[in-house]
Each structure stands twice: as structure tokens, then as C-alpha cells.
Design a protein. Structure first.
Lengths: 252, 315, 296
């Protein structure tokens, strides 16, 4: 079960650089939402505001309101709690190299105080099945290190790791951009499977990918959210001329 | 055209000469190491022949009767270095963690400059300070407290002269701290940012992020840094000589004087009258040489493994 | 669905988070304390040195040689001059050898087995205790000559400079962009001349600071001089005789029982520290401004 995200009056800065300007957005629950836009438009910054990773940079600043399932994540909760409930998958796969596959997936749970072997075993298996990695690694869970897998497998491992703590939202920042086409296709299939259970926000510079996996799409340009609508409408009949220019390849 | 081609030909000879010259310079480094080893081995033949390997496990030190055994010095070196590590490592790690993960940007440069200064102070100046400040401090304030609270362990018993194994350990700790700290910082900063973010994104606190995302990944290099500090402590001479009391005895109490390999060399070398005496001292120098080479080689290897980007494998 | 039962209840996770954050704060506090515990004594040492040394620094210190114990008015002029002589010889030996080896490593020895072995050996040589170096040079030079000498002192310090100069020279040369080398070669400049005049000059600021660093390091060394230069109560500049040196003199005075000599030791330590700190600060300044000024 996913939750809806309501963003109002969101502004973000890196030092004096005003990277996000007055973002208003409602992301529906249990759907996949894609965010597209040219490099530097602020879509990655936006996503990092949703799990309060943006503020880990010492010169970063945020104002505005982000409600996730009616919880104001900036006012009512600590970043540590928020990040458990809003998971993130990064552009470059980053499994923990000193841990086995099992320990990688279980790391989030152990952090949150779950030590019971049986519980951990169940959750690890569930998460790896969810990320379509179980069959490939089930015999070497504790013997192989997280870093010894191929790129596509590593990314699926990272997805499993994020899913293991049972988040409500899954943020994906260009998750397939560092992968080969076959792995990319697997990741996209995964997103398709997962979106009925989680609210997924995926940043992508690949418009075909957005069209394939997301029900809704938002177009960012120079820190502003230009248009947000169903994917079908954005790609066939956008309301804003700037969106149309981007889609048709006139820039970006 | 002809002039041009002739110029090319000359340059080949010059190139080869230049390359040969700098290669010789590089070879000189080998030459130096070989020379040192050669001198140490050849000049310690007398005692090598007479006492064999047992030289390092005997406790005699009697120049008059040509009876030599280096065990008290080896013990002193090991004990003082071990103490130094015990005291220094927690602080060094604390400083490294603070400077790498917690320090505001504007404070980082001055603080790291100060820790670099610690490393630049010469040994003899540390010794000077230790004689007139550290020893009275230990003797009059710290040692009585240690004797009172921990005297039952047998490690802190009178006499309390100040010149002691403990003093040597403390001075050494201060001296090796900057090495351990700066190398630890180097390996910590070489851990990629995405590892830190990956841990944070799972909902970790800052310490958990440092523990899992940084320290765990860098642990091999950190061990290397510590071993490098050990290597420095083993060979440190002047400051230790000035505070350790220079008595070749093995006593349980840390408040008693001791003697290290480097110190006996510093104190007695210029007074070695007989060939056997000199040979014994040079043999101690040889041992010190070999031990520090091995320790430093291991340490460098470990640090190199982490900072060269070779990902740490599951053990 | 399995996921429903697996979700940790919100309240439990809140408590768990609270205790974890307390722990994180505690550890952070410890790290801060450790840093304070290190910086404060350092500053205390430097201030104490300043206080003790400044009161004993006077004109006599720099111009007079030591007087017998019990009298006053002596200085460390011979030690300062002696250190100068030894360090000059050391630089003459250590800097050319070190720069040459550094050039080899950077220009001909990159990523090659020989280069890696040399690099490794240089690092290992760096770790050899200075007193062991002193013994080796004693055996090599003092024993055959049957007397201590400034020459032996200069040799041992020069040898100690080599690894540091080598490594910093190599690092600085490596930072020179390939484009510059290629530009020189493209103009028909032979490789040896390109290395010497163009690459070296571009990296010169960094190389000079590396030499300064090595110089500052050996300037404070005492142990290797104990049985090479040996020390001298009188003025001497001859390479063939024992000679005084500042750190050596500080040591002798520090362990002596005379207050007057202790004062002189503090003064000497202050002079030494000031010189070394100035070198370190200068090195840092040059490095922070960018070592490739010549390239811009």
C-alpha cells in the first residue's frame, strides 16, 4: 500500500543557487510517477527533498511543505525516521562492498533494531524475490560480497535493500542510466510489478522509459514544474509549449 | 632537412644519457638500503657468531665482561610502543572522524594545519618539553592518582620518579597521533560519497552512517595507518631517551624506568669501547632496521589497497 | 500481503530512533572532545616553548659560542652555524638525487614494475629509524676515517632527505598535464630537454616546497648526528672535524643539570620550531595556491 505525496510551495537552494522554485505537486499513491527534464532542471534535487537527503549538503536549504501520508516530513519527524519510510535507489549502484548479499539486504533492518534471525531470513528472501534477484543469488547469499555482482544485479540488490525496510515510497534517481539495455529492461519490469504496492517516483532523462513505466509524468525546467499530467497526455498532447519543445527534441 | 634529421639523431643519445642518469638516481635508493643492511650485518658479526639468535632473548647487559643480551630493550621498545598505540589510537580516530565527517568547512583547514604541526615538531623538542613539563605533571599529579586507584593491578606501584615507561608511552602517543590521524583521514575521504548516501537513505543516524558507510569500508586502510604509527613509535629515539629513565630492567610497574632499543643506541654508542660491545649495539640496530622495514612495508601495503580504489572484499 | 505484517509499528520505530540518535550524538561529542584534547595540549606546548624560549633569546645567543657551565653569556652560535654547514651538505646530496629519482619515477617509471618497486623502497626507506641511518653512516664513514666529522653528518642527513624529495617531486611532476609534454614534443624538443626545462619548470613551485619540507624535517633530527657529527663546543666549519648542530646542542643542554644550559636549550628549541613552522606554513600556502602556477 503506498501513500500519496503532497508538495506545496517547495523552494530549495544550494548556497545562493535557487534550484527549485515554488513547486506544487500531488503525487498519487500506488502509482509510478516519472519526472523528466533537461540536465540541471532540478528534478534530482526535488526527489532528494522528498527524503530529506538534500539537506545533507551543508550549503543546502529548503522551505515549503511536503506531506507524505499527511505527515509533514520537515516539521513533524526526524530525517532518520523519514528515510526509513521513504526509500531511495541511486543512479550508480552502491551496494556495501564489505558485506555479503544477505547482509546488504538486511542492513536497513539491523539498523532499525531487528535481530531475530528468522525475521531477517524471511524479509531478505521476500525483498530479493520482489526485486527479481532471488533465483540468481539464493545459493550464495552469505558467501558472495555485494560488490561482486554485475551492474544490473547490483542495482537490483540496492532495490531489494531499499524494499527490505518496507518503505511507503520508493524514490529512484535515474536507476538504469548506468546499466546496459538488458538490465534496464529488467529494472523497468520490476517497477511495473512494484508500483501496485508502493508509490514510486522515478527521475529519468529517458522519455521512452517514462512512457513505458509511469502513469503520470512531470516536466521540470530550470527549477520550475512546468507541467504535470498523465503520461499519455504529456507525450501526445502537452498543454505547455515548452513541454512540447522538450518532448520533440528541440532542446535538452 | 638534413640539419633537422641530424638534430634528431643527437637527441637520441642525449635522451638515453638523461634517462640513464635519472635511473641511476632511482637506483641510489636501492643502493642506500642495501648499503645500510650491509653495514649493519657485517659489523655485527662478532655478537651474531657468539650469541646467535639467543642474543634477543637474554637479559644480560654487561659490557665489562662482554656479556650481552637484548631482551630488556626489546621489551622496552614493544611495551612503550604498545602503550603509545593504546593511548593514541582512540584520539587519532576521534580527530579523524571529527575532521572528515563533522567539521564545518571553515574550521577544517586551520585544525588540520595544527595537527600537521604536531608532526613537524622535532623529537628533541618533544623531549625537552617532556622533561620539564610532562614528567613533573605525571610525577606529582597523575601517577599518585594512578597508584591510588589502580595500584592493585601491580601496574602502578612506587617508586615514582617520573622518568618511566608511562612517560615514554605518553610522549610517543602524542608524536604518532598525527600520522595515524592524517592517514586515517586520507582513507576515510577516499570512500565514495554514494556509500555514505546509501546508508543514510536507509534511515541511519550520523554515527551509523560513519560506522557502516565509512569506517567499515576503510577499515583495512585504518589498520594500515595504525601499523604505520606503530612503525614510527618503534624507531623513535630522542624523546623516549629523555624520559624513559634508561635502566635495562623489566619491571611490571609502568611507573618504573625502562630502556628501548633506540635509546640504548643513542646513549651508549659513542662510548662503546670494545669491538664486542660495538657489535652488540650494531646488532640491536640491525634488529630495529629489519623490524621497522617489515612493519612499514605491511602498513603501506594495507593503505595502498584502500586508497588505490581496490574495493575491499569480504574477508 | 506479507508486507503488511512486516511493517514495524510507528511507535516502536520512534523509540528506537530516539535511542539511536542519542547514541549518535554521544559519539559525535566524543569526537569533538578528542579533537579538543589534541589541539589544546599542542597549543599549550607551543605557548610554553614561546614563553621559555623568548626570555633567553638575546644577541648573545646568536653570536657567542657556549661558555663553561656556571658562567653566563654563552650562546649557540656554533650550533647554528654548524647546522647550516651540515644542512648545506645534506641538501647538496639529497636534493639532486631525490629530484633525479623523482623524474625517473614520473617520466619513465609510471605503472611499470621497476617504478613501483622504487616507489615502495623509497617509502620503506622513509620509515627506517634515523638512528639506524646514523649507525650505518658511522660504520661507512666514521670508522674508516677514525674520527667524527661534519661530512658524515651531512651525508646521513642528505640520505634521509632522498625519499621525501623523490616522492614529492614525482607527485608534482605527475600533476603536469600531458598536454604540456605533448606540446613540447610536438615542437621537436627532445624528450630529455622537455623533461628538464619544461615539465620541471612547470612543477617547480611544488618541487621546491617538497625540498623545503624535506629540509625542515632533517633540520630537527638529532639521533643520526649523535655519532656522525658528534657535536663540538667550539666554532668549526671544517668538513673534516666534528661539528655542533642545533638539535644536538639542545639535547645535550636539556639533559644537563645546569639551569643556564636549560635556558639555552629552550631558546634553541624556539629557534628551531619557528624555522620549522615557517617552512610548513609556507609549504601549505604554496600548495593551496595551486602548484601549477607556471602552467597558467
Amino acid at each position: 500500500m503506498g501513500v500519496g505525496i503532497e508538495v506545496s510551495d517547495l523552494n530549495a537552494w544550494y548556497g545562493t543557487n535557487h534550484t527549485l522554485k515554488d513547486i506544487q505537486l500531488n503525487i498519487p499513491a500506488n502509482h509510478a510517477t516519472a519526472l523528466i527534464g533537461p540536465s540541471g532542471c532540478g528534478k534530482s534535487t526535488f526527489v532528494r527533498c522528498l527524503n530529506r537527503m538534500h539537506e545533507t549538503n551543508p550549503i543546502a536549504r529548503v522551505t515549503g511543505k511536503v506531506l507524505i501520508n499527511d505527515v509533514d516530513i520537515y516539521a513533524e519527524a526526524s530525517p532518520v525516521e523519514i528515510r526509513r519510510r521513504v526509500g531511495m535507489v541511486f543512479q550508480r549502484p552502491n551496494p556495501f562492498p564489505t558485506m555479503s548479499i544477505y547482509d546488504n539486504v538486511a542492513s536497513g533492518l539491523k539498523l532499525n533494531g531487528f535481530r531475530n534471525r528468522r525475521v531477517l531470513d524471511e524479509v531478505v528472501e521476500r525483498s530479493l524475490r520482489q526485486s527479481a534477484l532471488w533465483e540468481e543469488v539464493k545459493d550464495e547469499l552469505k558467501k558472495k560480497s555485494g560488490a561482486s555482482l554485475s551492474g544490473g544485479q547490483q542495482q537490483r540488490l540496492c532495490i531489494a535493500r531499499a524494499l527490505a525496510v518496507d518503505p511507503e515510497v520508493l524514490l529512484m534517481d535515474e536507476p538504469a542510466s548506468a546499466l546496459d539495455p538488458v538490465s534496464t529492461a529488467k529494472i523497468e519490469d520490476l517497477i511495473f510489478e512494484l508500483k501496485s504496492q508502493y508509490t514510486i517516483v522515478i527521475v529519468t532523462h529517458n522519455m521512452q522509459q517514462a512512457a513505458r513505466v509511469a502513469e503520470n509524468t512531470g516536466f521540470f525546467l530550470m527549477g520550475k514544474l512546468v507541467e504535470f499530467d498523465s503520461t499519455h497526455k504529456i507525450f501526445t498532447n502537452p498543454s505547455d509549449k515548452r513541454t512540447e519543445d522538450y518532448i520533440t527534441g528541440r532542446f535538452g | 632537412m638534413r640539419t633537422f634529421l641530424r638534430g634528431r639523431g643527437n637527441s637520441a643519445v642525449a635522451d638515453a644519457t638523461f634517462r640513464g642518469l635519472v635511473f641511476l638516481c632511482a637506483l641510489s635508493i636501492f643502493g642506500i638500503v642495501v648499503l645500510i643492511a650491509w653495514e649493519l650485518i657485517s659489523r655485527s658479526q662478532l655478537t651474531l657468531a657468539k650469541f646467535g639468535i639467543g642474543f634477543f632473548f637474554r637479559s644480560a647487559w654487561d659490557p665489562v665482561n662482554n656479556n650481552f643480551g637484548a631482551w630488556p630493550f626489546i621489551y622496552g621498545t614493544l611495551m612503550s610502543s604498545f602503550l603509545a598505540l593504546l593511548i593514541s589510537v582512540p584520539f587519532a580516530l576521534g580527530v579523524a572522524i571529527f575532521l572528515t565527517e563533522m567539521c564545518p568547512k571553515w574550521l577544517r583547514a586551520p585544525l588540520s594545519f595544527l595537527t600537521e604541526l604536531l608532526a613537524a615538531i622535532p623529537s628533541v623538542v618533544y623531549g625537552l618539553w617532556a622533561i620539564f613539563v610532562l614528567i613533573p605533571l605525571l610525577r606529582d599529579h597523575v601517577n599518585p592518582m594512578l597508584m591510588f586507584t589502580l595500584g592493585w593491578t601491580g601496574l602502578f606501584t612506587p617508586p615514582n620518579a617520573g622518568y618511566s615507561m608511562l612517560a615514554a608511552g605518553v610522549v610517543l602517543a602524542i608524536m604518532i597521533l598525527p600520522i595515524i590521524s592524517s592517514l586515517t583521514r586520507e582513507v576515510m575521504t577516499s570512500v565514495p560519497m554514494v556509500q555514505r548516501e546509501g546508508v543514510l537513505a536507509l534511515g541511519a543516524t550520523r554515527w551509523e552512517m560513519i560506522r557502516i558507510g565509512v569506517l567499515r569500508n576503510a577499515r583495512i586502510g585504518i589498520v594500515g595507518a595504525i601499523i604505520l604509527g606503530l612503525g614510527r613509535a618503534l624507531g623513535e629515539t630522542m624523546a623516549v631517551t629523555m624520559v624513559i629513565g634508561n635502566r635495562p630492567e623489566i619491571v611490571k610497574s609502568l611507573l618504573a624506568p625502562g630502556y628501548t632499543m633506540a635509546s640504548v643506541l643513542a646513549n651508549e654508542f659513542s662510548e662503546a669501547t670494545s669491538d664486542m660491545y660495538l657489535s652488540a649495539l650494531i646488532e640491536i640496530g640491525l634488529a630495529l632496521f629489519l623490524v621497522t622495514i617489515v612493519v612499514n612495508a605491511c602498513a603501506r601495503l594495507l593503505v595502498w589497497m584502500v586508497t588505490r580504489g581496490a574495493p575491499a572484499r569480504v574477508a | 500481503m506479507a508486507s503488511q505484517s512486516m511493517r514495524p509499528p510507528l511507535r516502536a520505530s520512534r523509540v528506537n530512533v530516539f535511542s539511536r540518535r542519542i547514541k549518535s550524538g554521544l559519539v559525535g561529542g566524543l569526537a569533538v572532545l578528542a579533537t579538543i584534547a589534541v589541539i589544546v595540549p599542542l597549543i599549550a606546548i607551543l605557548l610554553y616553548l614561546l614563553k621559555q624560549g623568548v626570555t633567553s633569546l638575546n644577541w648573545n645567543f646568536f653570536t657567542k659560542i657556549p661558555v663553561p657551565a656556571g658562567e653566563s653569556g654563552g650562546g649557540m652560535e656554533n650550533a647554528i652555524v654548524g647546522s647550516g654547514v651540515i644542512l648545506a651538505l645534506a641538501s647538496l646530496i639529497g636534493i639532486p638525487l631525490g629530484i633525479g629519482a623523482g623524474i625517473y619515477l614520473a617520466e619513465y617509471g609510471r605503472d611499470r614494475r621497476m617504478g613501483n618497486i622504487v616507489r615502495f623502497t623509497a617509502d620503506v626507506l622513509n620509515g627506517v629509524p634515523s638512528i639506524v641511518m646514523g649507525i650505518a653512516i658511522y660504520a661507512l664513514i666514521v670508522l674508516p676515517q677514525k674520527h667524527f666529522s661534519a661530512f658524515a653528518g651531512g651525508v646521513v642527513l642528505g640520505v634521509m632527505m632522498v625519499p621525501t624529495v623523490t616522492r614529492t617531486t614525482e607527485e608534482m611532476l605527475r600533476m603536469v598535464p600531458h598536454a604540456i609534454r605533448e606540446a613540447a614534443l610536438g615542437l621537436g624538443v627532445p624528450a630529455w630537454r622537455s623533461a628538464l626545462t619544461i615539465t620541471l619548470r612547470t612543477a617547480s613551485a611544488g618541487i621546491v616546497t617538497g625540498c623545503m619540507l624535506a629540509f625542515a624535517r632533517v633540520a630537527g633530527e638529532t639521533a643520526p648526528l649523535l655519532f656522525t657529527a658528534f657535536g663540538n663546543a667550539f666554532q668549526s666549519t671544517s668538513l673534516n672535524e666534528p661539528i655542533a648542530a642545533l638539535p644536538l646542542q639542545i639535547f645535550v643542554y636539556a639533559v644537563s643539570p645546569y639551569d643556564e644550559w636549560h635556558r639555552l636549550a629552550w631558546a634553541g628549541a624556539l629557534v628551531l620550531i619557528v624555522l620549522i613552522i615557517a617552512s610548513v606554513a609556507l609549504v601549505r600556502y604554496v600548495v593551496s595556491r595551486g602548484t601549477l602556477k607556471g602552467a597558467s
